[in-house]
Write a new protein. Structure first.
Length: 245
């Protein structure tokens, strides 16, 4: 049996707020398989984004084990973590984070250059154009972000995140700045593209309707992660995320 793409064991995250200690993530046990699409829901401040930070290696767990794509993140230094992210992760942000002075095509091409794929300029352009066409922006290649709508900017962000064909896509409230219909369209496009490429997805969202489109929905509550029971078999008892049925 193949190993899960993500596996955490009793992962904890402690941080300080001034002189006040905070226990942000509490004994997180999580498994996500390759190509699996998982949504995490929960109120603001429950620890969702902190979990994303730990899984991306941008924050180090205080205790426990974190394995992503076969890498034990606790054993990697900052340079190694940067290489790990370039080679394995795509990240989609709520606020788009496009480079405002660069066109849609240039924003996507830059991701390939940073990934150090060894591709020449012509091949980078070819792949960037193809990625933008896949998200329906073939006619917007040379537009700056300021000339694009919010939904179009997020689709550029999606193309940028997926152009390197990452093993894992981390999406942090990617519809937070979009209206409901546009958000649903972006999520549907993201899930379809990820399943086509065989990319696993971890989606953080407040929108339970969007979460229902995922293969599984997990619930974060006060730093603890549990799995949402199927509605038809809901007994009112939650089980730990990744637990066998």
């Amino acid at each position: 049996m193949s190993q899960p793409l993500i596996k955490t064991s009793d992962a904890n995250l402690h941080m300080m707020n001034g002189n006040v200690p905070l226990h942000i993530l509490k004994d997180i046990n999580l498994k996500i398989d390759a190509s699996e699409v998982v949504a995490i829901v929960g109120p603001s401040g429950s620890g969702k984004t902190s979990l994303l930070m730990v899984l991306s290696g941008l924050e180090k767990a205080s205790s426990g084990n974190i394995s992503v794509a076969g890498h034990d993140l606790s054993g990697l230094n900052e340079d190694q973590l940067a290489i790990f992210r370039r080679r394995n992760l795509g990240i989609l942000f709520q606020n788009f984070h496009l480079i405002t002075s660069m066109s849609a095509l240039e924003n996507v091409a830059l991701a390939l250059e940073i990934a150090e794929t060894g591709l020449g300029v012509a091949k980078i352009r070819e792949k960037a154009v193809a990625a933008l066409k896949e998200v329906g922006l073939g006619e917007r290649l040379n537009h700056l972000p300021s000339a694009l709508s919010g939904g179009e900017q997020q689709r550029v962000g999606l193309a940028r995140a997926m152009v390197t064909r990452p093993r894992l896509l981390l999406a942090d409230e990617p519809t937070g700045n979009l209206d409901q219909d546009t958000g649903a369209m972006v999520i549907g496009l993201m899930f379809d593209l990820a399943r086509k490429q065989g990319t696993a997805v971890m989606l953080i969202t407040h929108d339970s309707a969007l979460a229902e489109k995922a293969d599984r929905t997990l619930i974060m509550d006060h730093g603890r992660l549990s799995e949402k029971s199927p509605a038809k078999a809901n007994t009112g008892v939650r089980k730990p995320a990744g637990a066998k049925t």
